[in-house]
Design a protein around this ligand. Structure first.
Ligand code: TYD
Length: 141
């Protein structure tokens, strides 16, 4: 697995199918609109004001994080550099490469963070200790 940095992560903008009177529809589809195939979807909601989520990294997992409703900020950290992204449109997603420490914060009331993931849940793929994360990143080329 390559040692990615925060500049390998970016916002992907999806098509919006407008309907004048009936709202919008956005499609995320394996093989066309996404750089990976989705094996799992989960969503985070009912986040109390002032709370943050995340505080971990993944060794192999690729993810797309979408503000399905409301807004929040995702800060990515590759061990050397940090980048923050405001997610506030359901037609945008933040593509997160493996090896990124992430923090989700500043949730608006009613925010829903929908996460599309390239693998099923694997506890061994998580790094939950920040110093362990720094060692993991710095011992790679
Ligand atoms: P956690 O990773 O701590 O959430 P966050 O990154 O948002 O802070 O996950 C919360 C709980 O949910 C934890 O007990 C593990 C469990 N969980 C699953 O069982 N399957 C999953 O796919 C995910 C993402 C979490």
């Amino acid at each position: 697995m390559e040692n990615y940095n925060v500049f390998d992560c970016s916002i992907i903008e999806f098509d919006r199918h407008h309907s004048d009177r009936k709202g919008n529809l956005t499609v995320v589809e394996n093989g066309t609109t996404l750089p990976f195939d989705v094996k799992r979807v989960y969503y985070i909601y009912d986040i109390p004001g002032g709370e943050s989520r995340g505080a971990h990294a993944h060794k192999e997992l690729e993810q797309l994080i979408v503000a399905a409703s409301g807004s929040f900020t995702v800060t990515l950290d590759d061990g050397k550099c940090k980048r923050s992204f405001l997610l506030n449109h359901p037609y945008q997603g933040l593509y997160v490469k493996p090896g990124m420490w992430r923090d989700l914060a500043d949730f608006s009331s009613g925010a829903v963070a929908m996460v599309l993931a390239s693998e099923v849940y694997q506890k061994e793929d998580y790094i939950r200790d920040y110093n362990e994360f720094l060692n993991y990143k710095n011992n790679r080329i």
